[in-house]
Design a protein around this ligand. Structure first.
Ligand code: SF4
Ligand code: SF4
Length: 94
């Protein structure tokens, strides 16, 4: 069933979400070119986006709750689907 807006009732919208997916670990890929100060290496050697003490990715624009490097954001972030199963699961958990 969909609402008059065409979305399922309760469907998430990034514009009305606290960027919950930006609390997930973002593993960087060879094709990503992210400024070094925004990234870190885990003890395992994985290259990931750095997260702040608040749990959010340091590239998040906290005032607007959107990505501060949107045009050059990591490929993992580009593939993350609004209202996809993973989006729904992490929002439910949050
Ligand atoms: S993709 Fe999902 S979790 Fe991420 S900001 Fe959009 S609605 Fe929120
Ligand atoms: S790079 Fe941007 S889209 Fe990806 S987790 Fe960080 S703030 Fe979110």
């Amino acid at each position: 069933m969909t609402s008059p807006t065409g979305r399922a009732p309760g469907a998430a919208r990034c514009s009305a979400c606290e960027a919950v997916c930006c609390r997930l670990m973002v593993v960087l890929q060879p094709e990503d070119h992210i400024p070094e100060h925004l990234t870190t290496y885990l003890p395992s050697g994985l290259h990931v986006m750095k997260r702040g003490e608040d749990g959010w990715c340091v590239a998040l624009n906290g005032a607007r709750m959107n990505c501060g490097i949107y045009e050059t954001r990591p490929s993992v972030c580009r593939r993350f689907v609004m209202n996809g199963p993973y989006c729904k699961a992490i929002r439910a958990e949050y």
